[in-house]
Design a protein around this ligand. Structure first.
Ligand SMILES: Nc1ncnc2c1ncn2[C@@H]1O[C@H](COP(=O)(O)OP(=O)(O)O)[C@@H](O)[C@H]1O
Ligand SMILES: [Mg+2]
Length: 464
């Protein structure tokens, strides 16, 4: 096994400096054919072909089809909707959602659906799977239909969602209508969408994934749910809204609740044997025999730790494969899984703090810096003075004490730290203590990788 030198899967690769030098030397000198095995067509053509730049393409993988580890890495991409034979333990949910929207096939109004559940419980997968199948059936029965999938996290205003729907419809229908990217309001984008729908479709399913991220979800749902009755379109529109936040329904104001009746489902976390099965069904992402015994079980166990989260499991297995691959290992081992779990946690924290301000990152970094191995708690005042030092280190102007305590409460809301109220007894003052709840090294690495100034401070990387 040649996998003992990896750091953390952060992309250390097998390219040697020599190979890169060779490539540079060969550029523009077509006579110097240093590249050894002339078996691959693409290699024979041009020794310095940019198609074979060793910075990106491995020796021996010039046709790019696979690697000694991977047979089909895409199978473990989160966006991939796996075929029905790879879907585990969601038969009931699939049938239930299908039962609500099936009316579309008979040219009648589908029910609107809201799906709640924690991350990685198959909400996106089931929604896309059922909608795709419905569209196929409807179309085969001469009811032209389409389904549109909107990631609301990336389209977090009503205008952006409307634009995404309009542009996706234009693409799918092949209408050739150019829809402007900027300068229009939601009303204009809806108009584009309705024009295309009426010309090409009788039915439409709109999946609004992570709808709780949209600023004006009420407006959006109100518009789409009554488009037909308001005479904007003749087509039947069914909505599948997905939310990680169970309180979302209550937050929708009365206006929407009265005009839009929904059927709600809650997806429960997977059991650890279901997670194991999900991964087992994707084993063919790897070359035969490279996944060592116990690796899939280990990945499933470690991912079912908090709650049965299939996303985490799929992520960890893919990252473990990447680490093995990057290190030219012959097999994927438990050791790779171990490193992948860390990496996946770091990626998650990075995702969580992605949208926070640069100052919040400095506060989080400060808390991480203060935290020793035994994860101590710190008073706001202690954090604040250390925060001033951090600001000095990176050349930032410190915020006020009050702003920093607000940031500390936000970090707690995001689930990265927690705050405890201390004191309040006889003649005592009340103060707060703050503590990381994620692993200190994971937080430090994530925050250093998310902020340029901090990463400079650490010479580019935080070693753990
Ligand atoms: N029942 C299942 N069978 C097979 N794979 C699943 C299942 N549920 C989830 N997955 C996989 O786990 C990952 C996360 O699932 P996803 O549907 O995005 O979860 P959610 O939307 O609830 O966060 C995806 O790669 C998905 O293919
Ligand atoms: Mg999802």
């Amino acid at each position: 096994m040649a996998d003992n030198e990896e750091s953390d899967g952060g992309g250390d690769s097998s390219i040697t400096d020599q190979q890169l030098d060779d490539f540079d030397t060969n550029r523009g000198d077509s006579s110097a054919s240093e590249i050894s095995s002339a078996t691959k067509e693409i290699q024979r053509s041009e020794p310095n072909d940019p198609a074979n730049d060793p910075l990106f393409i491995r020796e021996g993988d010039e046709d790019g089809s696979s690697t000694p580890i991977w047979a089909d890495r895409d199978l473990l991409s989160i966006g991939t909707v796996p075929g029905p034979d790879r879907i585990v333990g969601r038969d009931t949910e699939i049938k239930s959602v299908a039962g609500e929207i099936r009316h579309l096939v008979h040219e009648s109004q589908p029910n609107h659906v809201v799906i709640y559940g924690e991350t990685g419980t198959g909400k996106s997968l089931v929604s896309r799977h059922v909608s795709d199948r419905l569209v196929d059936t409807a179309t085969a029965r001469n009811v032209p239909a389409a389904s549109i999938y909107v990631e609301c996290k990336k389209n977090n205003t009503e205008t952006r969602v409307a634009r995404t729907i309009a542009r996706a419809l234009s693409d799918k229908s092949g209408s050739g209508i150019e829809i402007p990217r900027v300068g229009l309001g939601s009303a204009e984008y809806y108009d584009y969408a309705y024009d295309i729908i009426d010309e090409y479709y009788d039915g439409l399913i709109v999946i609004l994934d992570e709808i709780d991220m949209v600023d004006d979800a009420e407006g959006l749902l109100h518009e789409l749910s009554r488009a037909r009755e308001a005479g904007h379109t003749d087509a039947y529109i069914g909505i599948i809204a997905i939310s990680n936040d169970i309180d979302f329904g209550q937050k929708l104001n009365a206006r929407v609740q009265s005009s839009m009746r929904t059927t709600d489902f809650i997806f429960e976390p997977y059991q650890s044997d279901q997670i194991e099965q999900i991964l087992e069904y994707r084993r063919d992402a790897f070359q035969d025999g490279v996944v060592q015994d116990g690796v899939i079980t280990e990945t499933a166990d470690r991912s079912a730790d908090e709650h049965g989260d299939a996303r985490k499991a799929v992520d960890v297995l893919r990252i473990a494969g990447d680490i093995a691959d990057d290190n030219d290992a012959e097999v994927v081992s438990a050791d790779h899984v171990d490193k992948a779990v860390k990496r996946a946690e770091i990626n998650r924290v990075k995702e969580t703090i992605e949208s926070t301000s640069p100052q919040s990152k400095l506060v989080l970094y400060t808390l991480g810096r203060l935290t020793g191995s035994n994860n101590r708690r710190f008073r706001t005042s202690g954090i604040y003075s250390q925060y001033e030092t951090t600001c000095g280190d990176v050349g930032a102007d410190p915020l006020s004490y009050d702003r920093v305590s607000q940031i500390l409460s936000t970090l707690a809301l995001m689930g990265i730290s927690e705050s405890h109220q201390i004191g309040g007894g006889h003649k005592q003052g009340v103060y707060l203590e703050h503590q990381l709840i994620k692993d200190k090294d994971v937080v430090m690495k994530a925050v250093v990788e998310s902020d340029e100034r901090l990463s400079e401070l650490h010479n580019g990387t935080y070693e753990i």
